[in-house]
Design a protein around this ligand. Structure first.
Ligand code: DQA
Length: 146
């Protein structure tokens, strides 16, 4: 099984940015959690991070061709206005879970709306980095059912 975890803008700044919201652990730690999870489940988890919307769209399109079976995505702020990311997600027919480290529903009003979520199978918010691990479990479960 081959999954892809995409992180959008500023997520490479975990451990530096707004620690009271996103925690003290850095991006490298998140990548280590995902690689441990891949080993435990005996699956491949590719990871990709970009601050650019076009690069994220290119990676989603690449996933269509490279054998990726499911996507976990934290689109960062693109969540709230990234119609082109939403269209890219809607183009690939596979389980997709949107993850947010923080509870976007408890924060500023502009974060309450996700334009990308309607192109996803499900969404996990507010559970910190553990949300990514739950999302991997969710995608594995969806793929085993299909
Ligand atoms: C975020 C929430 C977004 O509103 C914000 O722009 C981010 C991170 C989260 O993981 O909680 O960059 O996606």
């Amino acid at each position: 099984m081959k999954l892809l975890v995409i992180n959008g803008p500023n997520l490479n700044f975990l451990g530096i940015r707004e620690k009271s919201i996103y925690g003290n652990q850095d991006f490298k730690y998140l990548l280590s959690l995902l690689s441990e999870k891949a080993e435990k489940e005996n699956i491949t988890i590719d990871t990709f991070q970009s601050n650019g919307e076009g690069e994220i769209i290119d990676r989603i399109q690449k996933a269509y061709f490279d054998g990726t079976q499911g996507i976990i995505i934290n689109p960062g702020a693109f969540t709230h206005y990234g119609y082109a990311v939403r269209d890219a997600l809607a183009s690939v027919d596979m389980p997709i879970i949107e993850v947010h480290i923080s509870n976007v529903h408890k924060r500023e009003e502009f974060r309450n709306v996700s334009v990308t979520a309607p192109a996803c199978t499900g969404q996990i918010v507010g559970l910190g980095l553990y949300g990514y691990i739950l999302a991997v479990d969710g995608v594995i479960n969806l793929l085993r059912q299909s």
